[in-house]
Design a protein around this ligand. Sequence first.
Ligand SMILES: Nc1ncnc2c1ncn2[C@@H]1O[C@H](COP(=O)(O)OP(=O)(O)OP(=O)(O)O)[C@@H](O)[C@H]1O
Ligand SMILES: [Mg+2]
Length: 245
Amino acid sequence: MGFRYAGREVPREVVLRDEVLRDVNLHVPSGGVLGVLGRSGSGKSTLLHLLAGVLPDGAGSVLLDAQPLSAAQRRGRGGFVPQKPGLLPWRTVLDNLLLPLELKGERTPAAEGHALNTLERFGLGGAAHRWPHQLSGGMAQRVAVLRATLHSPRLLLLDEPFSALDALTRREFQDWLAELHAELRPTTVLVTHDVREALTLCGQVVVLSGHPATVTLRRENIPGPHLNADLETELLRALRPEVVH
Ligand SMILES: Nc1ncnc2c1ncn2[C@@H]1O[C@H](COP(=O)(O)OP(=O)(O)OP(=O)(O)O)[C@@H](O)[C@H]1O
Ligand SMILES: [Mg+2]
């Protein structure tokens, strides 16, 4: 797939780089986790927004269960978690969780029960009736992930969900996410620029780089959370700043 931002107005002396992605071909096996690594500005969020149907279709297509879906059809099919949790401050955790269903007119007592069970099951039972400002950063991100999985249990799109957290909270959140994935097995695309995080959580990783960005490194069958020093070095090398001529 490829993607070009349309109608971007820039001063004439700025080099126009509106083509962000070119020839990016990815396949995530059902229930798998794909890590997308890339330096800042490489097009990771653009890719995720395309998958989520937030951006209009570029060149190429997106298939879900071998079915091509237009951007409009994709919107609402994937549970998207942005970099900041994006909880509405005037709604409790439970009400934030139920918002996507409410917007679809599907908030029922059964759905509320399911949301409460999910909070309980993933360690947030006590937070259901709290306000977002009463949550720690890590808790708020967990709520955002649960909201996405409730809304879309099969496809989870995570845009650097750990980036605003301190190192310890980050590790806890990673463990929590690994457990959630083991239980619910959503097909997941995780955007990150942390190599170790990708190696801990993902079964396969790709590195995006260049202008426009393409996949410059692709590794599958990543053995799991234990450290793979050679692969880590290889990925770090692929993420080195590009030489600008
Ligand atoms: N709405 C937009 N209109 C025009 N250009 C955009 C828009 N959003 C992003 N871009 C450009 O597209 C390129 C890729 O941006 P993107 O946000 O996808 O990068 P990223 O890899 O997610 O970066 P980061 O790691 O900093 O989040 C950048 O050059 C950016 O300036
Ligand atoms: Mg981004």
